[in-house]
Design a protein around this ligand. Structure first.
Ligand SMILES: [Zn+2]
Length: 225
């Protein structure tokens, strides 16, 4: 079953897209991590300015020791940056994007709130879905397969809701950088490339999850007949 090649073929486009997105984000980030913005503003300074401009003042900053590990933690209201003192186009673009998430949180942007609600459901779902589905498949208990599929759907929904959240954070970042004047038009173009590459990884993850769900549905159907 796990080696059901026909159903594995369904995943191929998503696998190819995921591999391409990984390569694209790594190569684009590396390229622009080596290019400093003319004004030499640091990534953390840029994020602080963007937050101040939106009157978001209760966010604290921490470093994270992982390349591209930058994120905003809405529970603790902490913005963690991997290169806070860097003035590179890549670090500034990513910091501005994370500031975008902090602003979404402060302004109660609905898709972010929905995403937060879905986190535990999706975690639970993605851990239990496959084992339940497989047990159902082998023991010929359709109810278990159905429960597995429902749980997996929660994980798929999570990856779909993540898309508007990510696109919106990047849009906010680009607009804020444009207004702040810390980057030139050319640098802004490079920031957009970094952020588009990052966005593609989320598109790939959503495509993978959606096709995985299709695969489960097909497997369940073929066993029921
Ligand atoms: Zn993001």
């Amino acid at each position: 079953m796990m080696f059901d090649y026909t159903s594995l073929l369904i995943l191929l486009p998503a696998l190819a897209l995921a591999a391409y997105a990984q390569w694209k984000v790594q190569s684009t980030y590396s390229r622009y991590a080596a290019v400093d913005v003319a004004r030499r503003t640091t990534a953390e300074e840029v994020a602080r300015r963007i937050l101040n401009a939106e009157y978001v003042q209760d966010v604290s900053f921490e470093s994270v020791d992982r390349k591209l590990g930058d994120h905003y933690d809405p529970r603790k209201k902490v913005l963690r940056l991997s290169a806070p003192q860097s003035s590179s186009v890549a670090a500034i673009g990513v910091a501005a994007h994370e500031a975008g998430h902090a602003i979404q949180h402060a302004k109660k942007y609905a898709p972010l709130a929905l995403r937060s609600v879905l986190v535990p459901v999706a975690n639970f779902g993605s851990q239990l879905a496959m084992p339940l589905f497989l047990v159902g498949l082998f023991t010929q208990l359709p109810i278990l397969m159905t429960v597995g599929i429902v749980l997996f759907s929660a994980a798929v929904l999570f990856t779909l809701v993540t898309l508007p959240v990510e696109f919106n954070a990047s849009r906010r970042a680009v607009r804020a950088l444009e207004l702040s004047g810390v980057v030139t038009t050319e640098e802004l173009g490079a920031v957009k490339q970094v952020l588009s590459a990052a966005a593609l990884t989320y598109v790939a993850a959503a495509a993978m999850a959606a096709l995985q769900l299709v695969r489960l549905l097909l497997l369940a159907n073929s066993r029921r007949r």
